[in-house]
Design a protein. Sequence first.
Length: 128
Amino acid sequence: MSVAIVCTAILGVLLFGLGLCVSIARQRLGRVIGHDGSPIDPMHRLVRAHANTAEYAPFLAILFLWHGAHQPPLWIVSTIIVATASRVLLVVGLLWISPLDKPNPARFVGALLTYLCGIILAGMMFAS
């Protein structure tokens, strides 16, 4: 199994797992829609983590699979791995490190690496 497929699967588990967690939390808390705006509200944190993942995971998956289908060099494979780790790191930062109204290193590094890896992977499509 290729790294591109494994990393795409990880993004899928992250996206759908977070969606399931949001649904379970809504059921448990009796909230059909919405959440408190509080930066420490667990529902707010879950919704933000899921929404942010939903914004980036699908296109990253497309990039991963496209490059994976074109015999990528090792540095592209490494970029795919870093991009996947950055998405997981960002979710960790959103869910478990400091309130949402405070910056934290996990969120910063996760977001920065997502942007850099995404730009690199998208840009390298021109080179093929």
